[in-house]
Design a protein around this ligand. Sequence first.
Ligand SMILES: Cc1ncc(COP(=O)(O)O)c(C=O)c1O
Length: 392
Amino acid sequence: MSVFPNINAQRLANIPKYLFAELDALKSQYQSETGQDVIDFGEGNPALSPDPQIIRSLISNLKDKENHRYPTYAGKLQARIAVAEWYKKRFGVALDPETEVTMLIGSKEGVAHLIWALIDKDDIAYVPSPAYPVYQNQTMLAGGIPRLMPLLEKNNFLPDLSDIKPHKKLKLLCLNYPNNPTSAVAPYSFYRDIVKTSHKHGFYCFNDNVYSELYYHEPVHSILEIPGAKDCCVEFHSLSKTFSICGWRIGFAVGNKNIIQALLKIKQNVDSGPFGAIQDTAIYALKNIDKFIKSTRAEYEKRLLLLSTGLSNLGMCCPMPDATFYLWTKIPDIQYQKDSLNFACQLLTNTGVLVAPGIGFGKYGEGYVRFAAIVSLRQTKQALQRLAHYKK
Ligand SMILES: Cc1ncc(COP(=O)(O)O)c(C=O)c1O
């Protein structure tokens, strides 16, 4: 018997394995067993190259000696000013860059730390299901109680707000629109109802708005556009998908200054803010966003159209989404009895096409799979051919 104690803290016991790590393992297994390439629609990890001007900006910012020192916790004031200016222009929302904006090492980092900043043992957080797993898992890690809000097709994948019940331990409501994995968009009226409900029951709210610039019709809203939202809400953004720089780790949180301060208090004890050269490049990217976003949007739109038409022709109903780069589609019922993991495994084994099983996004994701339009048009065509061949 080992003299060493159990490695895992008790708080890790209830946390499921991270879905995307599991998918990576499945993918490697297929590749080593068959020697064939996997066409990977599984993870939302864009493979588009950042614009060369963005790369050049980073190279030039690397030459600034100051950028090699520890960054400031909330981020450079110039970066926060650039965020506030973009917010005003894009959403018509005024922000104080000194108190209502903080730079982040990606939205994931910000969401995780915000939950730790707000949630005490047995505090209740409403989390969507299906969802990006971080909301539920971080709530549990912080000792809180996640209450699932089912996102159902019949409700346009919006939570039913009449399910939210007042409770003395109710602290937080987590939202993510445009939504991963369902690609649903929240109308202004929904955000208005959320802000009204949070004032009524007394809880805080965040919207993880990382896909705000990947829309294909009308520009999507910010929750902060609603009068009174700044009393209780913050919003997260990321440069990961907007500028295809996921690996750089840069995002920001904006909104209620007390929530931002609480988030910063955690961050001061955990990290030291994003790399200065990346913040300087973020300033350049945000100031020139119109120049860069059009081609990114156009590329995802083409891929999504090809994929949604192709999958619909194969009998998987898949309307073109209004935003994000995801397609959320029901699996063929009869064969797979709603078992999305089984379906994804069968698909991978028989075609080398990898999709994310809905169950990986929580209980209410079962019966669906998610395609992320992160592979090229050529590979998407190839994947559709493999699927058509398999169907026969
Ligand atoms: C809803 C959602 N939030 C946050 C993230 C992560 O964003 P970042 O790269 O800024 O950490 C993702 C990435 O897939 C996401 O889908």
